[in-house]
Design a binder for this molecule. Structure first.
Ligand SMILES: [Fe+2]
Length: 272
């Protein structure tokens, strides 16, 4: 779309955020800094899934608001220094993926991570089916994560993909897609585990939508600690005059300017 590329982040952000309410999860929500209440499953169930999914369709991502408490964020990121919890550690610079590092959890996943993966999958599976239909791609997503992981296993995708990422000053993540085999769940969820402007500066989540025969659209998303965002893993179906076409999506992270930023990535499909 001619001219969009010239818009500032603020202009783009305002246009994008207009239909999006920024829910804080909790009774009487809406107050900045309020901690989410209830157990994790209840919090996920209370998310405004209608809005989240509507935004996935319209812009390729849906902000979920505050999901994890500060304590949960600190507990989860505290796992980073326990190598026994992980199956592999990736130095991004070595592979020219960016700078910084991340680690994939091993099975069994930590309780909170497993709960998030199961619950989120359950609320996204129906939309995932419609999404793949719109893209004219095969997408057979059972109602529960176990059923989906069995399908992954049948394709020899058995290694867990939820991951913790650690960025320090100067670190960044190049634009990419997290695809690890034939079977791909079309959505993934990112949680910020550090306090923006207190523990780190910079480090925005970046999304770029590439459309056929058109210039790309960029989104820069500032996440607060505990906040989650669902993003499309690979494509967004865009309604055209003759049905849907595929816009390619990639995500990354801009340079962290100071401090340390941890995020949790919840990917549903396992890896070969
Ligand atoms: Fe990623």
């Amino acid at each position: 779309m001619e001219g969009l590329i010239g818009l500032s982040q603020e202009t783009l952000g305002a246009a994008i955020r207009k239909p999006v309410s920024r829910p804080r999860i909790g009774e009487g929500g809406g107050e900045e800094g309020m901690e989410p209440v209830g157990n994790l499953r209840e919090r996920i169930a209370r998310l405004p899934w209608g809005d989240v999914c509507a935004n996935l369709w319209s812009v390729g991502y849906g902000r979920m608001g505050s999901v994890l408490t500060g304590k949960e964020c600190e507990e989860i990121r505290g796992l980073y220094d326990k190598p026994e919890m992980f199956r592999s550690r990736v130095n991004m610079e070595r592979y020219r993926f960016g700078r910084g590092e991340y680690q994939y959890f091993r099975y069994p996943l930590p309780r909170e991570v497993a709960t998030l993966r199961e619950s989120l999958y359950g609320f996204l599976a129906d939309t995932a089916k419609e999404w793949m239909e719109a893209l004219s791609l095969r997408g057979d997503f059972p109602r529960d994560l176990d059923g989906f992981l069995k399908k992954c296993k049948a394709q020899e995708q058995v290694r867990p993909t939820p991951l913790l990422l650690r960025y320090r000053a100067g670190d960044f993540n190049c634009l990419h897609q997290d695809v690890y085999g034939e079977i791909v769940f079309p959505f993934q969820v990112i949680f910020c585990l550090s306090r923006r402007d207190v523990e780190f500066t910079g480090g925005e989540l970046l999304l770029v939508e590439q459309r056929p025969r058109a210039q790309s659209i960029g989104h820069a998303i500032h996440l607060e600690q505990g906040e989650g965002v669902v993003i499309t893993t690979r494509y967004r179906p865009v309604k055209g005059s003759r049905g849907f076409y595929r816009a390619n999506f990639r995500h990354g992270v801009s340079s962290v300017l100071s401090g340390e930023r941890y995020t949790l990535g919840i990917i549903s499909h396992d890896a070969t």
